[in-house]
Design a protein around this ligand. Structure first.
Ligand code: NAP
Ligand code: GDP
Length: 323
């Protein structure tokens, strides 16, 4: 990256956008902190609806970015994905089409977009790696989101082959941290259960976890992911995606997640599983071998520490956080 850069972050007000902003402002290291000559712009949906081409064009005209981190998306946990399959497909297709097209039209030097391990084939061998994105249908619970997101990788290769664009993507696992979406029904498991456990303690009611608690997931703390995004923007040279994840050995069950939240909230009441509710995909164990080849020494925040920091943030910001 040259010293004079304008870095536009779409979805800058969300979980990941806020974490990138936090790292840029607070990390004093050469590797991840803000560099001289860099101007970072964090967008929200108030700056324009990226589903609309004219709004997207106006944003690119206004800021003339040299680099884009593209996070904006319709995002949600298992239960929201099951309810709004067409919205997840269509909104994300429109947003991605507009952002990548404008990035090409305005000569953006590099775009890093965001996929997810949810998009991998349901029937697969483990661990999953970056070569398997298009190897078969995704899990039926989130096929709208998955197909929409997969197309980013197709766009990136097409923009590269036809126009020489340097557009790439990252594949994070389940993300959590400050500024998450804590809605009780539509959020991801960690913020959703944090809110439920907090209310159970406050109201003296049972803490009920959806599903069996048996599914396995890899979780990444948003501030660790933010560092890896910044590294990808500055250093990663491939068009092909890269999985940004903790190791396979750090996979945990949903019950482990609930236990960590119970501990962080110091909840002492009744705690049970509602097995009438969906479990979703049993596991999506991803390999971080490619990441480790590039960054063998990167240190992830231990899961318990990250859960504690996130729960503390939620409790302190209960009145104003997204829920
Ligand atoms: P988030 O907290 O829900 O934030 C979404 C962001 O996108 C917000 O800034 C929102 O703006 C913006 N946005 C949504 N629709 C928009 C539209 N039509 N026009 C303009 N902006 C729009 O999401 P996140 O969890 O940070 O997710 C960031 C990226 O990571 C997404 O691409 C997501 O698919 C991916 N990802 C997330 C997870 C996870 O566990 N959360 C896991 C894997 C991958 P407002 O705040 O103004 O509404
Ligand atoms: P996923 O990782 O893409 O499947 O998305 P989620 O973050 O929504 O995690 C879903 C897993 O957590 C499923 O096994 C759910 O049954 C389980 N789960 C347990 N309680 C909750 C909850 O309150 N919200 C959500 N979203 N999932 C829950």
């Amino acid at each position: 990256m040259s010293s004079e850069s304008v870095i536009l972050v779409t979805g800058g007000s969300g979980l990941v956008g806020k974490a990138i902003s936090w790292v840029i402002e607070n990390d004093k290291s050469e590797q991840f902190g803000k560099k001289e000559g860099e101007k970072w712009i964090f967008l929200t949906s108030k700056d324009g609806d990226l589903r609309k081409l004219e709004d997207t064009k106006a944003i690119f005209e206004k800021y003339r970015p040299t680099h884009v981190i593209h996070l904006a998306a319709l995002v949600g946990g298992l239960f929201k994905n099951m309810k709004y399959k067409l919205d997840f497909l269509r909104d994300n297709m429109l947003i991605n089409d507009n952002v990548l097209f404008m990035a090409k039209e305005f000569g953006v030097k590099k775009v890093v977009s965001c996929l997810s391990t949810c998009i991998f084939p349901d029937k697969t061998s483990y661990p999953i790696d970056e070569t398997m994105v298009h190897n078969g249908p995704p899990h039926e619970s989130n096929f709208g989101y998955a197909h929409g997101k997969r197309m980013i990788d197709v766009y990136n290769r097409a923009y590269h082959d036809q126009f020489g664009c340097n557009f790439t993507s990252v594949i994070p696992t389940n993300i959590f941290g400050p500024h998450d979406n804590y809605n009780l029904e539509d959020s991801h498991v960690l913020p959703g259960l944090t809110h439920k456990c907090y209310l159970a303690k406050k109201e003296g009611k049972p803490f009920v976890v959806s599903g069996t608690g048996k599914p396995l997931r890899q979780f990444i703390y948003s501030r660790d992911l933010a560092k890896l995004f910044i590294w990808t923007l500055r250093e990663y040279k491939e068009i092909d995606p890269i999985i940004l994840s903790v190791g396979e050995e750090d996979e945990v069950s949903i019950k482990d997640v609930a236990d960590a939240i119970v501990k962080a909230i110091d909840f002492k009441g009744d705690y049970s599983f509602d097995t009438s509710r969906a479990d979703g995909q049993y596991k999506k164990t991803a390999s971080n071998a490619k990441l480790r080849k590039y960054l063998p020494d990167f240190k992830f925040t231990p899961f318990d520490v990250a859960v504690k920091e996130s729960v503390e943030w939620f409790v302190e910001n209960y009145e104003t956080c997204r829920k």
